[in-house]
Design a protein around this ligand. Structure first.
Ligand code: URA
Length: 433
């Protein structure tokens, strides 16, 4: 077989065979298919899509491209959660300890930032000392001991997706339903949880710009998961606005801790409660109202925060940062951006905010780039808010004044202030099972 022929078939919209897809994934994982040919393939899929059959085979091939975790010892209590990617989305850092504090087993593999969106692996790494790469043995030992462990995609779990994910990030081929569905579900299948809650984002800051695309992606992932014997729920949540106020790795962890302490922005808390409750419906067989009540109690009583402390400590992190945010990486430049006039913020594109945050240092422009954990944006005002001229709209955190000045200019360009109050979209669109 030749990769050239596979690219050409996809370019001409001819369905690939199972053998072709499996051969391509195994050769790419082994390193015999170079990145430039795989990029051409991803671009052909970006334009021409994949059939359901091709998507299912691609998912299975990537899920089995390396090791797979066996979580069967936890019966049906193991539950995973995955977001399709958004701006300011720090929900995993809240829901994982909440669910674990209520008896769910959270054994989770998580990703790095992708395109304009952040990744939980990078966020957790901003906690001083936190070790995001766990061996299978220490991962499972930690789950046995405290019911929660989160690891970055190791070299051996779905390695084909790890390579392809990093390649798509820098070749403008992320926004493709079959590539997103197979990427997410291959990781979920390889990491073994019995139940999975998918947070499928909708809106300008997500890879799914419209509810139709999001529903299609959710249904594709549910079909793949259930055909492999997993329980899958998809919660469609809004990503026209960033979640919470903070964008950027260590800033987001601090905001997640605020929610675990019972404060924090209400939009973030609402989405976290919905996701955690749906996870507990699957893992603990609770009805949704009971699950919501228990989640709220776990936050109020401090038991979720206590589980977070145990989790951070178990993975080598300095849990003192929970009480002292100055222990987090701190940016040398904090630059205020002020409103040019008085009125309502009627446009502030979330994807562009994500790109500004990447430019400040919070994400990668090339796959080998290092991240500045302290970089990002604190939004003092969001879409729909009323501002007076000269009010602070945002504070930019970065390492150089030049970067801050350039980012401030872009932020003011994308912030439209008008006399008309804009309708804010709902936070939760629907729950699909
Ligand atoms: N999250 C993933 O894991 N993969 C994608 O392709 C997009 C979001």
């Amino acid at each position: 077989m030749r990769m050239y022929d596979i690219i050409s078939k996809k370019q001409n919209n001819i369905e690939l065979t199972e053998d072709e897809i499996r051969w391509m994934i195994s050769e790419y994982t082994a390193g015999t298919i170079p990145d430039y040919q795989m990029s051409a393939f991803a671009m052909a899929v970006y334009f021409n899509g994949m059939t359901k059959y091709e998507t299912a085979v691609l998912t299975d091939a990537m899920a089995n491209s390396g090791d797979t975790l066996d979580l069967s010892r936890y019966g049906d209590r193991s539950v995973d959660k995955h977001s399709t990617g958004g701006i300011g989305d720090k929900t995993t850092i809240v829901v994982a300890p909440v669910v674990a504090s209520l008896g769910g087993i959270v054994a989770k593999m998580t990703g790095r930032g992708l395109g304009h969106t952040g990744g939980t692996a990078d966020k957790l790494e901003s906690i001083p000392g936190f070790n995001i790469i766990l061996s299978e043995e220490s991962f499972l030992r930690q789950v046995d001991e405290i019911g929660i462990a989160v690891t970055a995609q190791s070299g051996n779990l779905a390695p084909a997706d790890k390579k392809l994910y990093a390649l798509r990030d820098v070749t403008a081929t992320v926004e493709s339903t079959p590539l997103i569905a197979s990427s997410i579900m291959s990781k979920k299948l390889a990491s073994g949880a019995h139940s999975i809650v998918l947070d499928v984002k909708v809106g300008s800051g997500s890879f799914n710009k419209t509810p139709e695309i999001a529903v299609d992606l959710a249904k594709t992932m549910i079909e793949i998961g259930t055909s492999c014997g997993r329980n899958v729920t998809a919660v469609l949540t809004d990503m026209n606005l960033p979640l919470g106020k903070n964008i950027g790795n260590s800033l987001e962890v601090q905001e997640a801790i605020d929610v675990l302490k019972g404060s924090g922005p209400s939009d973030l808390k609402t989405v976290c409660v919905e996701l955690a409750s749906n996870m507990l419906v699957l893992s603990n067989k609770w009805d949704i109202d009971h699950a919501r009540e228990q989640v709220n109690k776990a936050i109020k009583s401090g038991s979720a925060l206590q589980k977070f402390r145990e989790w951070i400590t178990a993975q080598g992190g300095n849990a003192e940062c929970i009480d002292d945010y100055s222990l987090f990486p701190n940016s040398s430049v904090k630059y205020e951006v002020r409103a040019a006039k008085t009125g309502y913020i009627s446009d502030m594109n979330a994807e562009k905010l994500g790109l500004i945050s990447v430019a400040l240092g919070a994400g990668r422009e090339k796959k080998e780039d290092n991240i500045d954990f302290s970089a990002g944006i604190v939004l003092e005002k969001k879409l729909g808010d009323y501002v007076n001229q000269n009010d602070v709209i945002a504070v930019l955190h970065t390492s150089s004044l030049d970067k801050a000045v350039a980012a401030a200019k872009t932020l003011l360009e994308i912030t439209v202030i008008s006399g008309k109050k804009t309708d804010i979209p709902p936070l939760i669109y629907s729950v699909l099972k």
